[in-house]
Design a protein around this ligand. Structure first.
Ligand code: NAG
Ligand code: NAG
Length: 305
């Protein structure tokens, strides 16, 4: 019996090169549609199972109605929502920059006379590099610090930068007890999605609605979890809820030397409220930090008297 030498599989046939070529081609097209880079590493992924497990442990604690200094809450924050400083080398897009901010780092550095080895807090930290107000202090002045970012997807990108800082995956709650809140994702402009003010703000900014549940701890709970109640610089930029967070800080229990607080233009009622609240709590308004055309800041600088 004579067997045919003709292959039965198309990949071995006459048109194999053409078929292989179009297979490779379609991979590129799919990659392009998914917006990933064709070569190189794509965005770090979030393990959704792990995230739900953490959120479920937190939900159990919430049912018990824990207070902000409850040891089981502090322990849960430590084990599930905090990453300790990275010892691996930085993994930055712009490794040679010193100041990544729109002027905030320089202004605070000058105000603190180039202080070395201080402690900072940055909330929202975003990816830890783009317009970071605190990377300067870590790289140049050898400070320790803490970066707070609620969006769990962005938090994965933050982890990948290998900042030498404590990373906290949380939103800052405006009440002492912890909560789980809806959060509208939006890269640099993510914000909790709870009341009409939040919803109007998202509409005003012409943002898409893309909501996820996030853990929210009070600043004081977080500070207990990281054993730190003395802070040299607090960069607060959380897209519109700054005043409520400031009002939630127990100023008699924590010492914060300087603040940059994102506000509007300094002339509107929201900015004036922030300013008068800070002055009532023993802070001096130092200056406005508007940034410039290519790098907008809109921050106010405050120093403890
Ligand atoms: C705007 O500010 C940034 C950050 O301080 C600076 O690097 C940049 O040179 C400034 N751009 C202009 C046009 O002044
Ligand atoms: C804070 O102190 C506790 C208990 O001493 C310790 O287990 C934990 O690792 C410390 N956390 C940090 C971020 O230093």
């Amino acid at each position: 019996m004579k067997y045919s030498l003709r292959p039965r599989f198309p990949l071995m046939g006459r048109y194999r090169y053409l078929i292989l070529l179009s297979l490779v081609g379609s991979l590129f097209v799919i990659k392009f549609i998914l917006k990933g880079p064709i070569w190189g590493i794509s965005e770090p992924a979030l393990d959704m199972n792990m995230y739900s497990q953490k959120m479920n442990s937190l939900k159990k604690l919430l049912q018990d109605g824990v207070t902000e200094d409850d040891p089981s809450l502090i322990q849960l924050i430590r084990t599930d929502f905090i990453n300790l400083p990275e010892i691996q080398p930085y993994n930055l897009k712009n490794p040679y920059l010193l100041d990544y901010s729109c002027g905030q780092s320089g202004a605070v550095d000058k105000l603190l006379n180039q202080k070395e080895k201080g402690f900072y807090i940055e909330a929202g930290a975003y990816d830890g590099e783009s317009i970071s107000n605190t990377l300067f202090f870590e790289k140049v002045r050898k400070w320790n610090g803490m970066l707070i970012e609620p969006d769990p997807f962005v938090f994965e990108r933050l982890k990948a930068k290998n900042r030498k800082a404590i990373l906290v995956n949380s939103c800052l709650n405006i009440k002492p007890q912890p909560s789980i809140l809806q959060f509208n994702r939006g890269n640099e402009m993510g914000r909790v999605w709870v009341d009409t003010e939040d919803k109007n703000w998202v509409k005003e900014m012409k943002m898409e609605v893309n909501v996820i549940e996030v853990p929210c701890f009070s600043l004081y709970s977080i500070l207990l979890a990281v054993n730190q109640t003395t802070i040299d610089y607090f960069s607060l930029d959380i897209e519109g809820r700054e005043l409520s967070v400031l009002q939630s800080i127990p100023f008699e229990k924590v010492h914060i030397d300087t603040f940059t607080v994102e506000y509007l233009n300094g002339e509107d009622s929201y900015s004036r409220e922030i300013k008068s609240f800070m002055e009532k709590n023993g802070y001096q308004y130092v200056t406005n930090l508007p940034g410039n055309k290519t790098c907008t800041a809109l921050d106010a600088l405050f120093k403890k008297i």
